[in-house]
Design a protein around this ligand. Structure first.
Ligand code: F6P
Length: 324
């Protein structure tokens, strides 16, 4: 009798809310198609170490609503090297793993593509709060992070307006201004600082002064971590210039990565998990599941990694206009 088709599944890079929902969908869809699943622990690091464990339907029970990733994750340096990738393929072969589903961000899609080029059947699922992956309107985890940011900024705004202060709030996003721009719109920020539209500390301080002079009762500034301006430097400058508002700053940090996924992320992760297994059933591989319009499509990994996702600057301008 022929061996059953076995799929490996791993999560890699920064954890993102909804990764567990995607793992659950992969496992249960695979079982429904008479395939076996091996969970790979610790991302690509676990792949090259052969850290595998069989996953059944019950093993993924009760994880849909949990943040983080039950498979654990890593940023593997060894896997970046050809020797690491060769070891990973060897471990996959020894375990009888026929295909691999990689859930992660931009770096993880690069890792997935490296394996695909070496003949491994790989499917990517975009999972990252940064939403910086080309080929999908949105990645798993971004919506939850946006809601976490919105909740935090709404709370900070209460204090900002009660004390008539300027609050400088730093968001994550690595080299992408996506989270900051969207937060600027949904939280009504006075100003958004992003890597895609560099400004100087002086220009920002001047803009805060003008906001004071226009009669604003407080100022909310969202600074993307990759903007090139350190939030501490900005606070110092605004205080030195004595623009009218006193400043306070909050670096949101890793709270943006955690927490129970929103309904949107649970649904997106489930759809993408199902679709990733369907790709393998149909004999497709070397692709990532991408949300295009209303449907989940297969996007070649070669295209994903050779294109840069850019923030839609229309949203940046919208945030500016709405801040008047
Ligand atoms: O990619 C997700 C992310 O949270 C980025 O926004 C941030 O730059 C980075 O990961 C932080 O990584 P770490 O958790 O390894 O410090």
């Amino acid at each position: 009798m022929a061996e059953k088709f076995t799929i490996g599944v791993l999560t890699s890079g920064g954890d993102a809310p909804g990764m567990n929902a995607a793992i659950r969908a992969v496992v249960r869809t695979a079982l429904a198609n008479n395939m076996d699943v091996l969970g790979v622990m610790h991302g690509f690091e676990g792949l090259l170490n052969g850290e595998f464990r069989p996953l059944g339907a019950r093993d993924v029970g009760g994880i849909l609503q949990r943040g983080g990733t039950v498979l654990l994750t890593s940023r593997s340096k060894r896997f970046l090297e050809p020797t690491g990738q060769r070891d990973a393929i060897r471990k996959m072969n020894e375990a009888g793993m026929d295909a691999l589903i990689v859930i992660g961000g931009e770096g993880s899609m690069n890792g997935a593509y490296a394996l695909a080029q070496k003949g491994v059947k790989v499917i990517g699922i975009p999972g990252s709060i940064d939403n910086d992956i080309w080929g999908t309107n949105i990645a798993v985890g971004t919506d939850t992070a946006m809601n976490t940011i919105m909740d935090a900024v709404d709370k900070l705004r209460d204090t900002a307006s009660s004390h008539q202060r300027a609050f400088l709030i730093e968001t994550m996003g690595r080299n992408s201004g996506y989270l900051a721009v969207m937060a600027g719109i949904v939280c009504g920020a006075e100003m958004v600082l992003i890597p895609e539209a560099p400004v100087t500390v002086d220009e920002v301080a001047k803009a805060v002064e003008e906001a004071y002079q226009r009669g604003k009762t407080h100022a909310i500034l969202i600074n993307a971590e990759g903007s090139g301006i350190r939030t501490t430097d900005l606070a110092q400058k605004i205080d030195e210039m004595d623009v009218g508002f006193k400043t306070r700053m909050t670096i949101l940090g890793h709270i943006q990565r955690g927490g129970s996924p929103t309904a949107y992320d649970r649904l997106l992760a489930s759809r993408m998990g199902v679709k990733a297994v369907e790709a393998l059933v149909e004999g497709a591989h070397g692709v990532m599941t991408g949300l295009k319009g209303k449907g989940v499509e297969f996007i070649p990994l070669a295209d994903v990694i050779s294109n840069k996702r850019r923030v839609n600057m229309e949203y940046f301008h919208m945030a500016k206009v709405l801040a008047r």
